[in-house]
Design a binder for this molecule. Structure first.
Ligand SMILES: Cc1ncc(COP(=O)(O)O)c(C=O)c1O
Length: 378
């Protein structure tokens, strides 16, 4: 093919994508890659572990010991002791038989949902589930049924109406990433027992934070025995990156043998696993971080008069352009707040997603609440 033919092909694709990009501008939906700047009110580093000296040291020592890359899939030459060690430690943390480490929560969710539900099965999914859960379900041959957010009664009705032979799965987040509210896990467990359904819980924003050990809302709700699998990111409260799928010995072994994102991908870089081991130690040794996080979240919720308890506080604004304008005003005052727009959230519900972290002082929270009120009133 000659260079001029290539140029023609590229131009044709350009004609398709340029109007799309322009439409994003018109709708106020174009995203910008903005570096962190100002006081952190938006990251998921809830416990401040991404900057913890022990984690940095653990990772640096592992770099010197193990090098930087794993060099292959874990089923080939990419396997390392640090992976199995951190998986054992994570399983003990969650109270499960076994866990499996993935290089991201996105991949962990894709792995679980593209591997277990099969043709003839049904997956019941909360309408506000994360994109990675949705994408995983799209890769599955099972039928998908979406139920209204946190609606136990409706889920019960749907499960009762089921008359097929296949396995049923219920898929939810324990702490919803964009709404900051908690899924009613105990009620789901009850329904799953009644209907023989398997419960899959994404603990992305709860792991490291909730429960006496800090292992998540499954622990806090005391439903560990009834959860089929949980997916737990290590890039949020754990401060590092990657994710653990936790569950029974046989379910995890099945993933090792069958999950394509596990099999056909280079293993994570080993020093990350070393840093996560340290993160788990720090979570056990420094429970005051979690206590401070909850106290700060409570304090800010009080100032803003928002019900709930979690560290994720949504301020729903509605219109995309206005959400961006309010976020910009706060950024100009030194607060790193980001606007969240569709398709991440439903149309008409653009918002600021305020994420509290344990390092914010009450004085800063007070200043932030004043600035937010002023920006919203303009
Ligand atoms: C609920 C939920 N699940 C899964 C993920 C994906 O996790 P990761 O960022 O580790 O890919 C996220 C993060 O964006 C999330 O919020």
């Amino acid at each position: 093919m000659r260079a001029s033919e290539n140029a023609g092909i590229h131009q044709r694709i350009g004609q398709r994508i340029d109007p799309f990009l322009q439409a994003l501008d018109t709708a106020g939906l174009r995203r910008n890659l903005l570096l962190p700047s100002g006081i952190d009110f938006s990251s998921n580093d809830y416990l401040g572990l991404s900057q913890h000296p022990l984690l940095k040291q653990g990772m640096a020592e592992a770099v010197m010991r193990e090098g930087v890359g794993s060099t292959g899939s874990r089923l080939l030459r990419g396997e390392r002791e640090c992976f199995t060690r951190v998986e054992r430690k994570f399983a003990a943390f969650k109270g499960t038989e076994r866990s499996l480490y993935f290089s991201s929560g996105y991949l962990g969710n894709i792995a679980v949902l593209s591997t277990f539900p099969e043709e003839g099965d049904v997956i019941y999914s909360d309408e506000r589930n994360h994109a990675s859960l949705i994408d995983g379900m799209r890769l599955s041959r099972a039928r998908r049924v979406i139920f209204p957010h946190n609606d136990v009664d409706e889920l019960g009705r749907l499960l009762r109406a089921h008359n097929g032979m296949g396995q049923q799965f219920v898929v939810v987040e324990s702490l919803f990433s964009m709404d900051g509210d908690v899924g009613p896990l105990a009620a789901y467990v009850q329904l799953c027992r009644e209907h023989g359904a398997a419960l899959i819980v994404d603990e992305a924003h709860a792991v490291g934070v909730y429960g006496a050990r800090g292992s998540g809302i499954i622990e806090e709700a005391g439903v560990g025995q009834d959860v089929f699998l949980s997916v737990n990111t290590a890039g949020k409260a754990l401060g590092v990156g990657g994710a653990f799928v936790a569950g029974s010995e046989s379910a995890i072994e099945y993933l090792v043998q069958r999950a394509r994102p596990f099999i056909f991908s280079t293993a994570p870089t080993p020093p990350v696993a070393a840093a996560i081991e340290t993160a788990l130690d720090v979570i056990a040794m420094e429970p005051d971080r979690r206590e401070r996080l909850f106290s700060r979240a409570r304090y800010l919720r009080g100032l803003l008069d928002v019900l709930g308890t979690s560290q994720i506080i949504p301020v729903i604004i509605g219109e995309n352009a206005r959400a961006v304008a309010v976020a910009r005003e706060l950024q100009a005052e030194g607060f790193d707040v980001r606007a969240i727009r569709p398709p991440t959230v439903a149309p008409g519900t653009a918002r600021l997603r305020i994420a509290v972290n344990e390092g914010l002082s009450e004085t800063t929270l007070q200043r932030f609440a004043d600035a937010l009120r002023a920006a919203l009133s303009r």
